[in-house]
Design a protein around this ligand. Structure first.
Ligand code: A4P
Ligand code: MG
Length: 180
């Protein structure tokens, strides 16, 4: 049986052959469509202002992938794709990078291993992840908060963001959830 994964893509460095970050992400969609992965959907590519120390503008996107790989094996595969795009492991955290592939959600709910946490711990605070992710799979629910991706995105784009539900609380306990 295949698992479904939502992958966040980011790039803020040119690739010697593919060129600009947007083109890097288009090429990365190709890599996410090769065995043992199947690319089911690709979001639009967004230009985003950098969060953190790097001053270079990012291109960000999201991909919906199906595969028989378990989460830790998928992480290995994604790291191999990053390396194939010229990213060197062990660089400064948050340094400019040709390609970053993070696992945001998967069809199995939560996952925790020494190397990998799903849902990705920071995705709820990051519009550069939520915009493309919500464009792709707006109704996918975060297993920890019960909120859909569309609702998480709305929390960040509203003038007065909604509070986040503590882990384990049902969606219906979050005020005004029916507005969406
Ligand atoms: N890891 C744990 N959970 C996960 C997961 N769900 N998906 C571990 C992927 N990896 C996960 O990640 C470091 C380690 O986290 C992995 O080896 C894995 O064992 P990394 O991708 O190698 O390193 P990183 O990307 O430098 O660190 P990190 O914490 O993932 O940074 P982020 O969160 O990716 O942020 N601004 C804009 N506009 N757009 C961006 O895309 N990205 C970053 C980097 C900063 N600012 C940005 C953007
Ligand atoms: Mg990363």
């Amino acid at each position: 049986m295949g698992h479904r994964y939502l992958i966040a893509l980011g790039s803020n460095r040119r690739h010697y052959r593919h060129g600009r970050p947007e083109a890097v992400l288009r090429a990365a969609f190709g890599a996410l469509g090769r065995q043992p992965l199947e690319l089911q959907a690709a979001s639009p590519i967004f230009a985003t202002a950098p969060l953190g120390p790097s001053r270079r503008r990012y291109a960000n996107a999201a991909a919906l992938v199906e595969t028989a790989l378990a989460p830790d094996s998928l992480l290995d595969h994604l790291k191999a794709i990053e390396r194939a795009f010229g990213r060197r492991p062990g660089g400064r955290r948050w340094a400019a990078r040709v390609l970053d592939l993070d696992i945001v959600l998967w069809s199995g709910g939560t996952w925790s291993s020494p190397r990998l946490t799903i849902p990705h711990t920071a995705f709820r605070q990051r519009l550069f992840v939520l915009r493309p992710a919500a464009a792709l799979t707006p109704s996918w629910r975060d297993p920890l908060t019960g909120l859909t991706l569309r609702q998480h995105r709305a929390r960040l784009t509203r003038p007065h963001p909604l509070p986040i539900a503590p882990p384990g609380r049902a969606l219906s306990s979050v005020g005004r959830a029916t507005d969406f």
